[in-house]
Design a protein around this ligand. Structure first.
Ligand code: SF4
Length: 343
């Protein structure tokens, strides 16, 4: 049985040709699935009945079950979705001034075990398939269709490490980019990584102009490896070189994410060390007031501290923003909702 939601238009055309149908049937199916959000062959009314029956015999359309939706303030909605094997997947819809952003998960659980994050707490279960990642966005879009709103931005920043599930993550982005589907520009897509250097280099060669977002969270190896075990394998200097390579190859600016944690990485000295690290490079820093996870013992920095930290970067002419806390009221720190469901 073929999982056809994860196929690009060309591959879908080849598939229908293999069933003895003309290629344009592939475009029709792609459009039903990705533009109209249809989950059943029987709803594809412009296909002959006999072909719909043939499709049902040879293939299937992955559709995640919407288990719950938590609405937060400022238009944020957190979706808890369920896979065919009863695993929980989180996706978040966020409303910014410039349109809707879908934040998607790429794995069920995570291997990376960052010490401030809820996702690794239940361990790693499996990679999501390209069709499951794609369907996260389609479930979000289902609620937007009636208002004729499209998803404007895709960020792979939910549960999991996208570069640890490279093929499926990139395939999903290519599907989102297809003009026969959601038609979202690669420039409006962001891949976040905890710092998997081979994946960053591969992405630099991929030929798609996405934004790379590196979760840095510390300016010294000592602090970073306490927060992020991956730093032992890929220390900061090598990571910064890989980010510079990505920028050089793609011409795309890299964003560095920095979660501010009280008394761990938020002092003036930490800010000056970050300035030293970034001063001779271009790149943008996104400061994130920490979404505290129960049981982790980390506390969000105070507003005064966040402002002071930001001002030190600004004074050194490093582009910096402070991320709006859209998620706090809907368990949007990654992995929090899934854990609540899994308990
Ligand atoms: S922060 Fe990201 S990479 Fe780290 S454990 Fe959480 S989901 Fe995985």
């Amino acid at each position: 049985m073929k999982d056809i939601k994860g196929l690009l238009p060309n591959d879908l055309c080849n598939f229908v040709i293999s069933l003895g149908e003309p290629a344009y049937r592939g475009d029709q199916i792609f459009s039903w699935i990705h533009k109209h959000g249809v989950c059943s062959f029987q709803d594809m009314k412009n296909l002959p009945l006999t072909f719909r029956e043939e499709l049902e015999r040879t293939s299937y359309i992955t559709c995640l079950n919407v288990r719950s939706k938590d609405k937060g303030r400022k238009g944020t909605v957190k979706y808890l979705l369920e896979t065919h094997d009863n695993n929980a997947v989180e996706a978040v819809r966020m409303k910014y001034g410039y349109g809707v952003t879908a934040c998607l998960s790429t794995q069920i659980g995570c291997k990376m075990a960052c010490s401030f994050c809820a996702s690794g707490m239940s361990g790693f279960i499996r990679n999501l398939t390209a069709s499951e990642i794609t369907d996260e966005a389609l479930r979000i879009r289902e609620d937007l269709i009636q208002d004729n709103i499209n998803i404007r931005n895709i960020v792979l920043m939910g549960v999991g490490e996208p570069l640890d599930n490279y093929e499926a993550s990139i395939q999903a982005l290519r599907i989102f980019n297809s003009k026969e589907g959601l038609g979202i520009s690669f420039r409006r897509m962001t891949i976040s990584t905890c710092g998997l250097i081979p994946g960053i280099k591969r992405l630099a060669e991929e030929g798609i102009p996405v934004t790379l977002s590196v979760s840095l969270h510390a300016a010294t190896d000592d602090i970073r490896q306490k927060l992020m075990p991956i730093n032992r394998q890929y220390p900061i200097k090598q990571l910064m070189n890989a980010a510079a390579y990505f920028q050089e190859r793609t011409g795309r600016r890299v964003t560095f994410e920095y979660a501010l944690i009280r008394d761990i990485n938020d002092s003036d000295s930490d800010a000056y060390r970050l300035v030293d690290l970034l001063q001779k490079r271009s790149g943008h820093v996104n400061l994130i007031p920490l979404n505290p996870v129960i049981g982790k013992g980390y506390i969000r920095s105070t507003s005064t501290r966040i402002n002071k930290f930001r001002n030190i970067l600004k004074a050194a002419s490093i582009p910096v923003t402070v991320r709006r806390g859209l998620g706090l009221d809907v368990n949007a720190a990654c992995g929090q909702l899934r854990r609540r469901y899994c308990r």
